[in-house]
Ligand binder design. Structure first.
Ligand code: PLP
Length: 342
């Protein structure tokens, strides 16, 4: 009955089995193992081009190291004001970039507004008194559960590239976006100009492994040094790569994401029928923001449901589903909301 985050889910048997298999016998360290090779091949297949892959233990590490590779210390990172990199990474992007400035932009549903971006990418460019606009960071799916369409990404990508900046994607919930849109991973990334993707997996199945997918492979040497220096190059990489390998096998990553999205849609549909409930913003993936009457919040908490409710203003609640959320859990929450609303 936990709807606070998708990172509360455990890990599917496919991942556990892969770990068990990877735990027998020796394997080469630091990314030279067979699962790392397999992941590179699978991702090249998926993204329809050669890519480089680095495994990291957190999404924050993926974002901070990626951004550090895409901007000089005197640069700026243009991001949405509600983005994880701006709000929830304890200054890791600023720290790993050695002081680059995060410039928060607006836009509905935590998507960067193209007009604001158009101005920001040229703001004080070349002026030594200011930071140099260097990289744009988009989150797909966004922190509020919306998904950029391919056209929206292309537009932001064109603005970014026309101004000579780099494009980073925080894909902590990339699978959810792919499952929601049915678009190809290639169309959602490098074909729209993305240079480097934080390929999140822990919210959607893996236990302790996320990855950085590098489309502009000229970035890889610097990124590799940075990852090692940050303590993110794991000797026994096989235990990360085996997880991601299993995650990408037989469509597990997309099946999990489609299930999480379906549970959020079920929640959304059901909540529409509850008196006094207001849906806030688009919920294209597995995150739903709603305004609930206070008695409903209090009642659900007393029933034992877990969710964030006191971070965004009166009555605003965030509900997150995962690959492990069941229809029964969703229906129990809906029944409780209905009961407490009357
Ligand atoms: C949009 C987004 N990016 C990145 C992350 C990565 O976070 P962590 O460093 O906890 O893995 C999260 C996790 O909540 C997230 O929601």
């Amino acid at each position: 009955m936990i709807f606070s985050s998708d990172n509360t889910a455990a890990t599917p048997p496919e991942i556990l089995d892969a770990l068990t298999r990877a735990a027998s016998g020796p394997a080469l360290p630091y990314g030279a193992d067979e699962h790392s090779d397999s992941v590179r091949r699978r991702l090249a297949d998926l993204f329809e081009r050669d890519v480089d892959v680095l495994f990291v233990s957190t999404g924050t590490a993926a974002n901070a190291l990626g951004l550090a590779t895409l901007t000089p210390p005197w640069g700026s990172v243009l991001c949405h004001r509600d983005s994880h990199v701006n709000n929830d990474e304890c200054g890791a992007p600023e720290f790993y970039t050695a002081g680059a400035k995060l410039v928060p932009l607006g836009g509905a549903d935590a998507k960067i507004d193209p007009d604001e971006l158009r101005t920001a990418v040229r703001y004080k460019k070349g002026d030594v008194h200011s930071v140099e606009p260097s990289v744009v960071s988009v989150t797909q799916a966004t922190e509020t559960g919306a998904v950029y369409t391919v056209d929206e990404l292309r537009e932001l990508g064109a603005i970014t590239k026309d101004a000579g900046l780099r494009l980073h994607m925080d894909g902590a919930r990339f699978a959810g976006a792919v499952a929601s849109l049915g678009a190809t991973p290639a169309a959602l990334t490098w074909r729209a100009g993305v240079d480097l993707l934080s390929f999140g997996a822990t919210k959607n199945g893996t236990m302790t492994a996320d990855a950085i997918v590098v489309f502009d492979r000229a970035l890889t040497p610097e990124l590799s040094f940075r990852a090692k220096r940050a303590g993110q190059l794991t000797a026994k990489t096989r235990f990360q790569s085996a997880q991601v390998d299993a995650y990408l096998t037989d469509g597990l990553w997309l099946r999990n994401a489609a299930h999480a999205n379906a549970m959020a849609a079920r929640l959304q549909d059901g909540l529409k029928a509850v008196p006094g409930v207001e849906l806030l913003g688009a919920a294209d993936a597995n995150i739903l923001f709603v305004r609930l009457p206070q008695p409903v919040i209090d009642g659900l908490l007393a029933d034992g449901f877990v969710f964030y409710h006191d971070r965004w203003g009166p009555g605003v609640v965030r509900l997150v589903t995962s690959f492990a959320t069941t229809e029964e859990e969703v229906d129990a929450l809906l029944a409780g909301a209905g009961r407490h609303a009357v």
